[in-house]
Design a protein around this ligand. Structure first.
Ligand code: FAD
Length: 351
């Protein structure tokens, strides 16, 4: 909604426009999991949107959208949503930026309603936001870790070695938020604000034929907890020697602890695992309750992706390895002896 104030005659015959008062309003982008649930990073996006203290509209796209809208509507916690927009279209399931951008451009660009657009700094968010911000001609503010107020945000720079405080005077603030910084901890009682959230359909745009999603392959790791939101992460370094050792040592331990598996860039470059497992400055950011670093030196670029972890366990044969400086528990020794023994002991404890 928009209010117009009157235009006053100004000094020396000029006209001073006192301007328009726009009510603040946030559009939060919700990602679906493969089985049609709200992704955990998207719950963090909603949590971040709540901190902006504006009315929140959620937008959900793809064939799971109506089901997810119903889930949000009947959520046992009050998410502070005022409205849910649904674009049910299977071509949006892949979240290809070329396909999603025209739709979001339409919603954000044609209605002068939203002052904020929030999405998780997930692979999907990182893929979509640059294109969307470019077409709408705004500066995206990415990987926000703290919202001070509706126009002031904190985000890490220089691989997390400094924190920038960004003041924005943009008409539309397009932000991606780091999921681990906005985890939902407090359960708010339902029905405090909006018991019946209206669901509205959004017109989908014409599909861009130039870009086509060819195929989809599910990695074994995709069957495990999502790396960015897992409570336990087991990470292997290049010292695991090769793909066979990486899998034969880490998988049983990860299965025992119901953990996600991560890797250093050196391990990814060595072809031990898919690059979606990389943690660090140029990989994923994780902040689990328990992070187990196996044969990881603790290079600054790696620490940038995991130093928010609550408890860090490091296994390394070098007592001077930098990872021990951030570790709560350190095991100095050969990982090829320690890891099988640790896995066995944990399995014994569970049986
Ligand atoms: C621009 C840039 C971006 C980067 N981004 C990332 C990133 O996102 N993520 C990332 O991880 N890296 C990143 N890197 C690379 C980073 O600098 C390191 O090279 C990398 O993290 C090292 O991986 P590593 O710990 O597996 O290997 P190494 O540094 O070689 O460490 C191996 C460790 O294993 C120990 N070890 C060896 N054998 C055993 C054994 N048998 N038992 C126990 N311990 C053993 C060694 O003591 C050593 O500490 C980036 C680098 C640059 C320049």
């Amino acid at each position: 909604m928009m209010l117009f104030l009157r235009t006053l005659p100004g000094i020396r015959g000029h006209t001073i426009t006192l301007g328009k008062i726009r009510f603040s309003s946030t559009l939060a982008f919700i990602e679906a999991t493969r089985d049609g649930k709200v992704s955990i990073p998207s719950m963090s996006a909603i949590h971040a949107a709540q901190k902006l203290k504006n009315p929140i509209t959620a937008i959900i796209i793809g064939s799971h959208a109506p089901g997810i809208a119903k889930q949000l509507q009947s959520s046992s916690t009050d998410l502070g949503l005022q409205e849910i927009l649904v674009a049910e279209d299977a071509t949006l399931n892949t979240y290809l930026p070329e396909v999603v951008t025209p739709l979001l451009q339409n919603v954000l660009g044609t209605v002068d309603k939203y002052t904020h657009f929030v999405m998780a700094n997930s692979s999907i968010g990182k893929n979509i936001i640059p294109r969307l911000a470019a077409v709408l001609n705004y500066q995206a503010i990415c990987d926000v870790t703290e919202i001070l107020d509706a126009t002031t945000f904190k985000r890490p720079i220089y691989a997390g070695n400094a924190i920038a405080t960004i003041g924005s005077q943009q008409k539309l603030n397009m932000i991606t938020v780091r999921p681990s910084s906005f985890s939902i901890t407090k359960q708010v009682q339902k029905n405090m604000i909006s018991p019946n959230i209206p669901i509205k359909q959004v017109q989908t745009s014409e599909v861009n034929d130039d870009i086509k999603w060819e195929s989809d392959a599910l990695l074994d790791n995709d069957k495990r907890p999502d790396l960015t939101s897992a409570k336990t992460v087991i990470t292997g370094g290049v010292s695991l020697k090769d793909k066979e050792h990486f899998e034969s040592l880490l998988d049983p331990l990860a299965n025992t602890l119901n953990a996600a598996v991560g890797a250093t860039r050196a391990a990814v470059d060595g072809g031990f695992c898919d690059n979606s497992l990389q943690i660090g400055q140029t990989g994923k950011i994780v902040a689990p309750d328990l992070y187990v670093a196996i044969g990881v030196s603790g290079a600054i670029q790696h620490l940038a992706g995991m130093k928010g972890s609550k408890v860090v366990v490091a296994i390394n044969k070098d007592a001077d390895a930098p990872i021990f400086k951030v570790a709560d528990y350190g095991l100095q020794g050969d990982l090829f002896d320690i890891v099988p023994e640790l896995t066995e002991k944990l399995q014994e404890m569970q049986s």
